[in-house]
Design a protein. Structure first.
Length: 260
């Protein structure tokens, strides 16, 4: 169950969006996910988006929280918080914060991006050290990438089998590269009813977490919101499933084919 919340964040970052003339989100958007590990209701995670300022610049401020619940917390306690401040105009991240507790594993870092210097300063609060990391203008952090892609990509431009590449910085391991492959459309059953989704397969590194490099599948609502609906992953031990549990403050109508 380690990295459960990071899996959800990766899910959220790998979204494609409607045309820019129809914004995909607004301040006040709130999403809640229920995460199952095997037969256990293992974790709940939320994403909350608000307006803010940083160094006098108007930004969006998104806070992601993930925490194990019930029986699962006895075996593996998770208490994660991720935050991102990103520009309202171009989506560039200015600051990223990660405060992680996962079964005794902890991480407490802050990343400040300086595009004039083409540099990101990573502050490791746990180990009292600072790291300079070279970055480019198209870099994203774990959370800002989600909203950036929702406003700047149109699924209509993608063909089945086509892939998208992106660079992200969210850890002291440096820039993380991933590739997302579009698998087409699919209607799935949810607690809200049937929802038409865009289906994707992120190509992930096998070994430490996943069984193989194509063991993660995600479904994103095929409407103007492009919110994550479901994720399934075959892990090195067991399997994981995350479903949208609740939402509020969406910018656009959430399309349901048949209400249950």
């Amino acid at each position: 169950m380690k990295k459960i919340y990071i899996l959800l964040c990766i899910l959220f970052t790998m979204q494609l969006s409607a045309q820019k003339s129809y914004p995909a989100f607004k301040p006040g958007e709130w999403l809640k996910f229920r995460i199952h590990y095997g037969f256990l209701n293992a974790c709940y995670a939320t994403l909350q988006l608000n307006s803010d300022t940083i160094n006098g610049i108007p930004v969006y401020h998104v806070v992601g929280k993930g925490k194990t619940s019930g029986f699962a917390s006895i075996f593996f306690k998770v208490d994660d918080t991720f935050e991102s401040y990103f520009d309202k105009k171009d989506g560039k991240p200015y600051r990223f914060i990660r405060d992680t507790y996962e079964g005794g594993y902890t991480k407490d870092i802050e990343i400040d991006f300086d595009y004039n210097e083409k540099n990101a300063l990573l502050t490791d609060n746990k180990n009292a050290k600072k790291i300079d990391i070279p970055v480019h203008n198209d870099i994203q952090d774990l959370l800002s990438a989600a909203y950036h892609l929702r406003d700047r990509y149109d699924y209509k431009d993608f063909k089945k089998g086509q892939s998208l590449d992106m660079d992200m910085l969210f850890d002291d391991d440096g820039i993380f590269k991933f590739r997302l492959k579009f698998l087409g459309k699919e209607v799935i059953r949810t607690k809200f009813g049937k929802v038409e989704c865009l289906k994707f397969r992120p190509l992930v590194q096998s070994g430490r977490v996943f069984k193989e490099n194509e063991s993660l599948t995600l479904w994103v609502s095929n409407d103007l919101n492009k919110i994550p609906i479901r994720i399934k992953a075959d892990l090195a031990v067991g399997s994981l499933k995350a479903d949208l549990e609740a939402f509020n403050g969406l910018r656009n109508q959430f399309k349901i084919i048949v209400k249950q």
